[in-house]
Design a protein around this ligand. Sequence first.
Ligand code: SF4
Length: 266
Amino acid sequence: MKGLIFSVKRYSVHDGPGIRVTFFMKGCPLNCLWCHNPEGISPFPENVMKINRIGERKFRIKEEVGKYYSIGTILEILDKEKVFINQSKGGVTFSGGEPMLQFKFLLEALKACKENGYNTAVDTSGYSSAENYNSIIPFTDLFLFDIKHLDEEKHVESTGVSNIGILDNYRLLLESGKDIMVRIPVIPGFNDDPDHLERLRHFLKTTKNGSLKKINLLPFHKIGSSKYKKFNIPYRMWNTEPPDKEKMQKMKDFFLETGVKVKIGG
Ligand code: SF4
C-alpha cells in the first residue's frame, strides 16, 4: 500500500510536541479561499514548471509534485531522525491537504508508527466520516483539529463544504479522550468579527473537556500566494491583509478566557 505525499518536513516544531517529521499528504476535499498549500488540494500527482536561478541565469525545470511512499519508506525516514525525535519527545505528524482523504493508507501508517514506538499526530480539517475517525483514534495520540467558522453558510461559501459533520467529529474526538489542539485560521473579514469570536469562544468553552490541550490562532498570511501562479490557480486573497500583532495579542487574551492554553501560530 502506498500514499501520495507532496512534502516531507523534518525537524518540524509546529505540528505537535517536540521535534517531528511531518508528512504532507496530497488531496483535500475542501477548497479554502486562503489555503497556504494549494499544491495539496489535488489528489493526483502534478507536474509544474519551476524557475531555478544560477547567478543571472534562469532555468525552467519540471517539478513533480506528489510522490508515492510505502509504509516502509515512512518508517525508514523516521528511523533516520529517531535520535532527535526521542530526545525531544517528538514524533510523526500526518498533515496535508487532508490526510483522511487517503484514509486506508493513513490508518496503516499510524498503526505501523505506533508499533514502532512513535508518538502520532493527525492534522485534520475534520471533514471525513465518523467511522473513519473512530478507526484511527486508537493509533493517534494527538489531533490538530481546524475550526474555521461556526456558521454553515459562511463555511460553505469559503471552504466549499458544510461544517456540520466537522463539528460533530470535533465532539466525537473530545469524547475519545485523545489530546486535541484546535487550530483556528484567523482570516480577516471571514471569521474575525466580534460576534463570531464570541460564539466561537463560547463553543470551545462549553464543549471542552480534558482532551482540549491548546488553541492555536493561526494568523492569515500571503506567503503561499506565489505557489498559486505555479499551479495556475487564481489567488483570491489579494485584497485581504494579515491581522497585525496587536490584534492577534488581543485575540489571544480573549480566547484565554476559555481556560485553555492559547498560542499565536502553530
Ligand atoms: S483544509 Fe487546509 S489544505 Fe484543505 S483547502 Fe483548506 S486550508 Fe487548504
